[in-house]
Design a protein around this ligand. Structure first.
Ligand code: CMP
Length: 139
């Protein structure tokens, strides 16, 4: 089925001018960028987005990092977009990421891992709604 997923190009990647190279990976995989904006999150906004991780030891560091520099938030659309995006991103820890994936090529560490992607249809819907209104997505 055609799906939409929420993607974030994280501060470590925007800082190094990797937005275009990362977007090329998405587009080459058949994912269409149907919405996109560059924003600078506050730590509180990052905290709400990652609320599911609030009890994890890395939560505070994660929120600080996500608010440290601008991010690019985007909606990717395509056949099986959620799984396809996760495949293109590679494993969370770049040390485990398959060759050619975004995290293998660009990520600096498990925390500063260049991209985020929704993990399931339910979370994709919630995450997309956090950043975009329906009018901002053009398929
Ligand atoms: P992401 O897919 O955005 O979802 C949660 C994020 O938490 C994850 O990517 C990593 O950036 C971060 N994360 C996961 N595990 C760790 C860890 N052990 N130490 C620091 N950050 C982590």
């Amino acid at each position: 089925a055609v799906e939409r997923t929420l993607s974030i190009i994280k501060p470590d990647a925007t800082k190094r001018n990797l937005t275009g190279k990362i977007n090329a990976k998405f587009e080459d995989a058949g994912l269409r960028i149907v919405a996109q904006k560059r924003i600078h999150l506050t730590k509180a906004q990052a905290g709400v987005f990652y609320a599911v991780h609030a009890e994890r030891p890395f939560y505070d560091e994660l929120c600080e990092f996500m608010a440290s520099e601008p991010v690019v938030v985007q909606v990717l659309e395509g056949e099986g977009a959620i799984a396809k995006n996760r495949e293109v991103m590679g494993a969370t820890n770049p040390a485990d990421a398959a060759p050619g994936t975004i995290r293998a090529e660009f990520a600096e560490s498990v925390g500063e891992n260049s991209v985020h992607g929704s993990d399931a249809p339910e979370t994709a819907a919630v995450e997309i709604a956090y950043f975009f209104s329906g009018l901002e997505m053009v398929g």
